[in-house]
Design a protein around this ligand. Sequence first.
Ligand SMILES: Cc1cc2nc3c(=O)[nH]c(=O)nc-3n(C[C@H](O)[C@H](O)[C@H](O)COP(=O)(O)OP(=O)(O)OC[C@H]3O[C@@H](n4cnc5c(N)ncnc54)[C@H](O)[C@@H]3O)c2cc1C
Length: 406
Amino acid sequence: NFGYYPEKGGITLVISTHLNKIVKFNELNQTVTVEAGMMGPAFEEALNNAPELYGVKHKFTCGHFPQSFEYSSVGGWFITLSSGQQSSYYGDAGDLVLGVEMISPSGDIITKEYPATATGPKVLDIIKGSEGIYGIVVELTWKIYRHKPENRQYFGFIFPNWDAAVNASREITQGEFGMPAVFRISDPEETHHGLKLYGIENTIFDKLMTIRGYKSMERCLFLGSADGEKQFTKNIKSKVKRICKKYGAMNLTSFPVKKWEPGRYKDPYLREDIMDYGIVIDTLETGVSWDNLHEVHQQCRAFVKSRPDTICLTHASHFYAQGTNLYFIFIIKENDIKAYTDFQEGLLDTIQKSGGSLSHHHGVGRMISKWMPEHLGENQINVLRALKKHFDPNNIMNPGKQLING
Ligand SMILES: Cc1cc2nc3c(=O)[nH]c(=O)nc-3n(C[C@H](O)[C@H](O)[C@H](O)COP(=O)(O)OP(=O)(O)OC[C@H]3O[C@@H](n4cnc5c(N)ncnc54)[C@H](O)[C@@H]3O)c2cc1C
């Protein structure tokens, strides 16, 4: 997101100005080879218009839509292990890449584009998530999906409480009938604000929810959509509906998700302006298994709410049969930077102690590197140090990121 700077002097490379094209379209393999600096919107537009632009038969989609989509690059997605808002169906960025070319101080690496290979350990996997500390990824081979927006099915429900929303979500992800693409459940506090933001407050839905006993600060919102072949998406919708009903949910139709969708990249825009008034909106997020989701959620919320006048909104939006993520948005009044970073560090400590991953999809960067030795343990950190030494013996590639002191 152009937010980086050469902390220890040196050069910042901006590759989005020159390395920004699709260089190979392979419809047979359903892949494209793309230069790493191509930005999200240009990439998706090219794939959606592939028949006219590349003379292929079908329209395609990249399937990857992080909230930062408008201002992030294909190479950035891969190198930070990013997750898009439709990842429950399409997969995370790490799953979507078949091969890369990386230029590093110790030489060029080109990994071949097999759909699968047992020639492990895979160097491609080593490069995933390396955030530029080994080298610069210049080209990637990306898996693409057929673009069929006409088949998309939307759904929305309100659950009586968080337990019901979590249990229904687990049953959906473990039901083996196909995954929704957008799949998002909000905890009671996020639901409280979400109902206002998505224009549900004071509608007929709001009245019905109240009449039927879905209480404010207990009820939980579920937004979803399904992508893919027509019967597949219809089937997902009907199965989701049945499961939600079983857990006491009321159907809100497609109304909330269609309200959410147009603003899905824009919510953070307000953040910078509000900061001028001493109000900080920030986020931390974590990956959790089903069996520790509640523990992590409760401990992190308790930490955030122990600070007076703090809003803490939580949702889960990337689902797997084995678990999900928890995304904490906190809104606090604070003008003192040290007090703010102390608060942020306290929440990271709480995530770590409660058993969550230090990040589900934001990555490590500089902010989290301090927690990495405890998170991974000495033996794993030694492996990462050895790799760093191999690729970048003089520690010139993004020094200070991921690993303290290289
Ligand atoms: C408002 C906002 C919303 C966000 N929403 C999401 C979200 O929904 N999901 C999500 O996963 N993340 C999200 N992010 C985090 C981030 O935008 C993503 O992880 C994104 O994938 C980063 O890509 P980028 O092109 O912006 O990388 P940059 O921010 O430009 O770079 C990130 C790091 O990777 C390195 N790097 C970038 N390109 C390369 C390359 N080609 N080769 C080697 N190193 C490289 C950079 O040096 C830097 O260290 C969000 C961030 C913001 C600010």
